[in-house]
Design a protein around this ligand. Structure first.
Ligand SMILES: [Zn+2]
Length: 248
């Protein structure tokens, strides 16, 4: 499978990147995981405006889902007629959240999206075997493990340290893990990871490679985050960039 990073800015769009959005492809099927602010632009730049067969929203914070609202226009009002409804795997309430953000009169969006409520478990999406589990974040949030042909991509979504994250990442070839905060600072509890905590999770889960994402440029220091992650994990560590592709 192939991972393409569309957006990787943490919490709000950064100077160099849209918010979280990751395209995962195999056998011609394209699963978009998260659809954060600004990432519809990146989708067009790096993949194509229609290059989506299914969407998964790991949680309903703006920086992980807001462009699913603007994408309604793309699908509903396409020249030549509406595009077929897209499956959307998301926590309960996603339909209402998207329709409320899309229009002031809460216009339904079920002509554009077919919603499937996420819950902990393993299920197929296209050619992928997907495992979702609740992670440690203030609203209902799912970390994700995506498997295809014996290869494994794990994605933390937004989370503070938790056991579910370690289970999802166990033995993953690629571990795409958030690192929002700096180590050694009094960060809010039960919200996000630091670089050191991402590295520690990578070590405990025995992953092949750690991809750091969701760094908050305005609050942090990439060099410090990487240094802390490398101090806790001896395997390869990389900070992802918009447009970066990883084949696994
Ligand atoms: Zn969040």
């Amino acid at each position: 499978m192939r991972l393409t990073v569309l957006g990787c800015a943490g919490s709000f769009p950064g100077p160099e990147s849209a918010c979280s959005a990751y395209l995962v492809e195999a056998e011609g099927f394209r699963l978009l995981i998260d659809f954060g602010s600004g990432s519809l632009s990146a989708l067009q730049r790096y993949a194509g405006i229609g290059a989506v067969d299914a969407i998964m929203l790991t949680h309903l914070h703006c920086d992980h889902m807001l462009d699913a609202c603007t994408y309604v226009v793309v699908r509903r009002y396409a020249p030549g007629g509406p595009l077929p409804p897209l499956p959307v795997y998301a926590p309960p309430g996603a339909a209402e959240r998207i329709s409320a953000a899309y229009s002031a009169d809460n216009e339904p969006v079920d002509d554009v999206y077919t919603f499937y409520g996420l819950q902990p478990g393993t299920f197929p999406i296209g050619p992928f075997t997907v495992t979702a589990d609740r992670v440690n974040h203030p609203i209902e949030t799912y970390g994700v493990r995506v498997e295809h042909n014996g290869r494994v991509l794990a994605y933390s979504s937004d989370t503070a340290p938790c056991e579910a994250l370690l289970r999802l990442a166990q033995g993953a070839d690629l571990f795409l893990c958030e690192a929002s905060y700096l180590d050694g600072v009094a960060n809010p509890p039960d919200l996000h990871l630091t670089g050191g905590e991402a590295g520690a999770a990578a070590t405990k889960a025995d992953v092949g490679k750690l991809l750091l994402t969701h760094l908050v440029t305005a609050w942090g220091s990439e060099a410090s985050t990487v240094e802390a992650a490398c101090a806790a994990f001896t395997g390869p560590v990389e900070v992802v960039r918009p447009g970066a592709r990883y084949d696994l």
